[in-house]
Design a protein around this ligand. Structure first.
Ligand SMILES: Nc1ncnc2c1ncn2[C@@H]1O[C@H](COP(=O)(O)OP(=O)(O)OP(=O)(O)O)[C@@H](O)[C@H]1O
Length: 801
C-alpha cells in the first residue's frame, strides 16, 4: 500500500517530457488539416514570436513529385511573398527526418466559421469591418499575381482582436496581367464560383476569389450560405442542381441584412463572371466607405511598411534569425522616432473614419512609424499583439494621425494608452464594431466625407492594373510560384475529376453536405434540363461543351495536380525535399522551392517524442472514442460508408463514377434520397444509419444508434430537429433579431445549438517550462462531444479539386 502510494507520488512528481520541434516547445493541437495536426508552439526562451501555430506534415505523406508536395510548396512559397496584416505570417519552415513544420503566426481567435456559429450571424458593422479586411488581403495577394482559389470561412482565422487572418494557401496559383485565365477547378463546392463548376472554359482567376468573398460575406451576415433555399434540392446535396439554382435564381436575403450590403452582394454573387464586379469595384462600394482609409492602403504601401519596419528593427539589439521575426518585432521595436503614435483607438460604435481628401495615400506608409521607447513601455502587453493587429493599428494610427493632425503624443499619453490597452485586453471578448478591433477610437464621421468615390478620386493611388505594382518576378528574395514543380497533367476540369475518398477529409457544414453526390441518373437529368439555360446565362454558343461539362460533372480528385492544368501559369520543375536526419531550420528568405538543410539541429529524441506522442494520442483517443463517443464512431461509420470506405465490399458503382473514383466508396442511389416532405434530418439520419448497417458498419456503431441520433453529424443540419438538449442551446444574442426558422440549412445558426467556439485560453500553454508537462501535448481538458463532432467535420472538409 505504502509502496503504491510512494510510487504514485513519484509518478506525479516526475517531470513530464517536453516535446520540442526545433526551438519550439509544442503544446496542444489547434486543429487538424489535410496534412495532419496543427500544434501550438512557443519558444522556451521567451523570444518572439511568443506563440506560433506549427503545421506538421509527415514527410512520408507527401511523396516526391506528388500533388500534395506541390501543394505544400505552393503554400510556403506564396506565404513567403505575402506580407499583409490580414494574411497569415509565415515565420519559418523546419523539417526533420519525419516532419516538415510550417511555423505560422498563431491566430488565437480561432476560425471565423466557429465565431459565426457562436453569434448566429454577425452585426452589420462587424461584418463590414471583417469584410474590408478580407478584401484588403485579397486585393493585396492579387496585386502580387496570386489567387487564393479556396477562400471560405474555414480558411479565415481571427486573431485575438478579431481581425481576419487569411490562411491555407494550398490552392493558390499565380497569374500574370497578360494571362489571367486558368482552367483548374478547385475550391470548396459551396464557395466555388459557378464558372469553376459548370464550364470547361478558362476562367478569370481573380473573379473566382471575388465570388468566394461574396459567399463569405453572405454567410457572415445571414448565418447561412446563399442559394440555400431550393425546395427541389433542400439539402443542397445535388451539386449540379445547386449550381443550376445559383445561375438561375435571384439572390434572396433574410430581412435582417441591410440594404447596402444587399446591394453589394447582388453585384458580387453574379453567376456570369463577366457581369460580376471586380475587386476594385467591391472596394469602392458605398457599404465599405467607412473603411476607405484602410482599403486605400495600396499593396506597395503594405510592402513599404513592412520593409521600413524590417530595416528599423534590424538596428535593434534583437537576436533575430529571419525576416519574419524582424517583421513581427519591427512593429514593436523600430528605431524610427520620427513620429510618435497618436492616441490609441477606442472602442466605438461609430467606426467611421474620416480621410481628408487632400491626403495622399503615399503619406500613409511614411507615417507608419513607431516609437521604440513607447513600445518598450508597453512591455508585456505588447507581446500579445499579433502582427495583424499591430500592422492594422499602424495603418489606422497613420490615418488617424493624418486626419486629425494630432501632434506627437507625450510619453504620458503612451503610458495611458498602454494602461487602457491592457484594460481592454483584460475585458471579456465582445463583438467589435470597428475596423481595428477594440482599439478603435471614436472619430466622428467627417462631414466632408462623401463616400468612397470622392476619397478615391482625391487619393487615388490604387493601381489600375494591380499586377504592375510589383511583379512577383521582381522579388528576387522569393522563389516565384511559377517555379514550383508541378507535373504536367491533362486538364483537370470537373469533367475529368474524381470523387474524394478515405484519404480525404470529410465535410463540414459550410463546405459540404452529407449527400453531396447525386446519383448519376438524377444529376444527368437535371444537368440536361438545365444546360440550355446555363449556356444562355454564360452566353455560350458552344452548347455541347456545356452539356459535356454538366453530364460529366464529378468532384475532382485532390490527389491529382490542380494547378498544372493547361492555362495555369506554372512552370514545371522538379520539387525536392531534402531528407535530413535532423531538424533543419529554414529561414523563410532562404527557402524556395527546395528546402535547404541548415543549422539548428534538434535531437532525434524529440522527433521520436513527437511521433510517440501522436501514437499515444491516437491510442488514447481511440479508447475515449470507444468509451465515450461511440455515437461519433457510429456517425463516422455512416460517413465512411458514404464517402470514405475503401472496403472491398463496397457496392457496385455506376461505371463512370467508379472509374474516376479511386477512393470514394459509394454514390448514394436516388432511392436513398429522402423525400423532401419528410424531415431531412431525421430521414437522413435514419437512412444513413440503415445504410451503415447494410455494410460493414461495426457492431458498436449499431448498438449506439440511438446515441448517434443525439450526436450525429446530421443533427447539425437542422434547427427544427436539433436533437440537442435545450439546455445546450444558445439563445440569439440580444442585438440580433431571430432568424427565420424556415431554412433547414441554416447550418451556421443551427450549429450554434452547442457552444463549440474554441476557447483560446483553454489551449494557452503555461510558459513556465518547469510546469510544461508531457501532457501538454495532450489537452488536459477533454473537449466536449459537440466540439469533437465539429472537429470531425473539420477533418472532413473537402473541396472540388
Ligand atoms: N495559424 C494558426 N493559428 C491558429 N490555428 C490554426 C492556425 N493554422 C491552422 N490552425 C488550425 O488548424 C486547422 C487546420 O489548419 P489548416 O486549415 O491550415 O490545415 P490544412 O492542412 O491546410 O487543411 P485544409 O487545407 O483542409 O484547410 C485550422 O482549421 C485551424 O483551426
Amino acid at each position: 500500500m505504502a509502496e503504491t502510494k510512494s510510487r504514485q507520488s513519484f509518478r506525479s512528481k516526475k517531470p513530464h517530457k517536453e516535446i520540442r520541434f526545433g526551438s519550439y516547445v509544442l503544446g496542444s493541437t489547434l486543429g487538424e488539416g489535410e496534412f495532419g495536426k496543427v500544434k501550438l508552439g512557443w519558444k522556451k526562451d521567451g523570444s518572439q514570436p511568443s506563440q506560433v501555430a506549427i503545421k506538421f506534415i509527415r514527410r512520408d505523406s507527401i511523396p516526391k513529385g506528388s500533388e500534395k508536395e506541390s501543394k505544400v510548396h505552393r503554400e510556403i512559397n506564396a506565404l513567403k511573398r505575402l506580407s499583409h496584416p490580414n494574411i497569415i505570417t509565415l515565420e519559418e519552415v523546419l523539417q526533420n527526418d519525419k516532419y516538415i513544420g510550417i511555423v505560422l503566426d498563431y491566430a488565437s481567435g480561432g476560425e471565423l466559421f466557429d465565431y459565426i456559429l457562436s453569434q448566429r450571424y454577425l452585426k452589420d458593422s462587424f461584418a463590414c469591418r471583417l469584410f474590408a479586411q478580407l478584401i484588403s488581403g485579397v486585393h493585396y495577394m492579387h496585386s502580387k499575381g496570386i489567387v487564393h482559389r479556396d477562400l471560405k470561412l474555414e480558411n479565415l482565422l481571427l486573431d485575438k482582436h478579431k481581425n481576419i487572418i487569411i490562411t491555407d494557401f494550398g490552392f493558390v496559383n499565380s497569374f500574370t496581367s497578360s494571362n489571367e485565365l486558368m482552367k483548374t477547378s478547385c475550391g470548396s463546392p459551396c464557395y466555388a464560383a459557378p464558372e469553376l463548376v459548370i464550364s470547361n472554359d478558362p476562367y478569370e482567376a481573380r473573379k473566382v476569389d471575388v465570388w468566394s468573398c461574396g459567399v463569405i460575406l453572405y454567410a457572415m451576415l445571414a448565418g447561412y450560405l446563399p442559394f440555400d433555399d431550393d425546395p427541389q434540392n433542400p439539402d443542397g446535396d445535388n451539386i449540379a442542381r445547386l449550381y443550376q439554382y445559383i445561375t438561375t435564381t435571384p439572390l434572396t436575403f433574410p430581412e435582417y441584412i441591410e440594404p447596402m450590403p444587399r446591394d453589394l452582394l447582388r453585384k458580387v454573387l453574379v453567376a456570369n463572371p463577366r457581369k460580376r464586379v471586380t475587386l476594385k469595384e467591391v472596394r469602392s462600394h458605398q457599404w465599405l466607405s467607412q473603411h476607405a482609409p484602410f482599403l486605400s492602403v495600396t499593396p506597395i504601401e503594405w510592402d513599404k511598411n513592412h520593409k521600413n519596419s524590417t530595416k528599423s528593427s534590424s538596428s535593434q539589439h534583437i537576436n533575430l534569425t529571419n525576416k519574419n521575426h524582424n517583421r513581427r518585432y519591427s512593429l514593436i521595436d523600430t528605431a524610427s522616432t520620427s513620429k510618435v503614435l497618436p492616441l490609441p483607438p477606442q472602442t466605438s460604435s461609430n467606426h467611421a473614419v474620416a480621410l481628408p481628401s487632400s491626403a495622399s495615400s503615399q503619406s500613409i506608409s511614411e507615417q507608419v512609424n513607431f516609437n521604440p521607447r513607447e513600445n518598450h513601455q508597453r512591455s508585456d502587453s505588447i507581446q500579445s499583439y499579433s502582427s495583424a493587429s499591430l500592422a492594422l493599428q499602424a495603418v489606422f494610427d497613420a490615418n488617424d494621425y493624418r486626419s486629425q493632425a494630432i501632434p506627437s503624443s507625450s510619453s504620458q499619453h503612451s503610458i495611458d494608452r498602454l494602461q487602457r490597452d491592457s484594460e481592454i485586453r483584460k475585458s471579456p471578448p465582445t463583438v467589435h464594431h470597428s475596423l481595428f478591433s477594440t482599439q478603435q477610437p471614436h472619430i466622428p464621421r467627417s462631414t466632408t466625407h462623401t463616400g468612397v468615390s470622392s476619397i478615391y478620386s482625391s487619393s487615388n493611388s490604387l493601381p489600375k492594373h494591380p499586377i504592375i505594382e510589383e511583379s512577383p518576378q521582381k522579388n528576387t528574395s522569393f522563389q516565384p510560384i511559377s517555379s514550383f514543380a508541378i507535373p504536367k497533367i491533362p486538364d483537370l476540369h470537373v469533367a475529368n475529376s474524381k470523387l474524394p475518398g478515405p484519404g480525404t477529409r470529410k465535410p463540414r457544414p459550410t463546405s459540404f453536405h452529407p449527400r453531396l453526390y447525386p446519383s448519376q441518373d438524377t444529376s444527368n437529368q437535371i444537368i440536361s434540363s438545365s444546360t440550355a439555360e446555363l449556356t444562355q446565362t454564360f452566353g455560350r454558343t458552344d452548347s455541347s461543351s456545356s452539356a459535356t461539362s454538366f453530364t460529366n460533372y464529378k468532384i475532382s480528385d485532390p490527389s491529382v495536380d490542380l494547378a498544372s492544368a493547361e492555362g495555369d501559369i506554372i512552370t514545371p520543375k522538379s520539387p525536392t525535399l531534402i531528407v535530413a536526419e535532423t531538424i533543419v531550420k529554414i529561414p523563410t528568405e532562404k527557402l524556395d522551392h527546395n528546402l535547404h538543410n541548415e543549422t539548428d539541429i534538434q535531437s532525434k529524441e524529440n522527433n521520436e517524442n513527437l511521433a510517440e506522442s501522436d501514437k499515444r494520442r491516437s491510442e488514447s483517443s481511440q479508447s475515449k472514442r470507444t468509451n465515450r463517443y461511440s455515437a461519433i464512431i457510429a456517425a463516422e461509420s455512416v460517413i465512411d460508408k458514404f464517402f470514405g470506405s475503401s472496403s472491398p465490399n463496397e457496392p457496385t458503382q455506376i461505371p463512370e463514377v467508379a472509374r474516376s473514383n479511386s477512393r470514394h466508396s459509394s454514390v448514394r442511389s436516388s432511392s436513398s434520397k429522402p423525400s423532401a416532405s419528410t424531415n431531412p434530418l431525421r430521414t437522413k439520419n435514419t437512412s444513413a444509419y440503415e445504410s451503415s448497417k447494410n455494410t460493414a458498419c461495426n457492431k458498436q456503431a449499431q448498438s449506439t444508434a440511438s446515441k448517434s441520433k443525439r450526436f450525429s453529424f446530421l443533427s447539425f443540419y437542422s434547427s427544427e430537429s436539433s436533437p440537442l438538449p435545450e439546455s445546450h442551446s444558445t439563445s440569439t444574442p440580444a442585438h440580433l433579431p431571430t432568424p427565420p426558422a424556415v431554412s433547414r440549412r441554416k447550418v451556421l445558426e443551427t450549429s450554434n445549438a452547442v457552444n463549440i467556439t474554441q476557447n483560446a485560453s483553454e489551449i494557452e500553454p503555461k510558459q513556465d517550462s518547469s510546469v510544461i508537462e508531457y501532457t501538454s501535448f495532450e489537452p488536459k481538458k477533454e473537449p466536449s462531444t459537440a466540439k469533437k463532432v465539429m472537429d470531425f467535420f473539420k477533418r472532413r472538409s473537402m473541396r472540388i479539386g
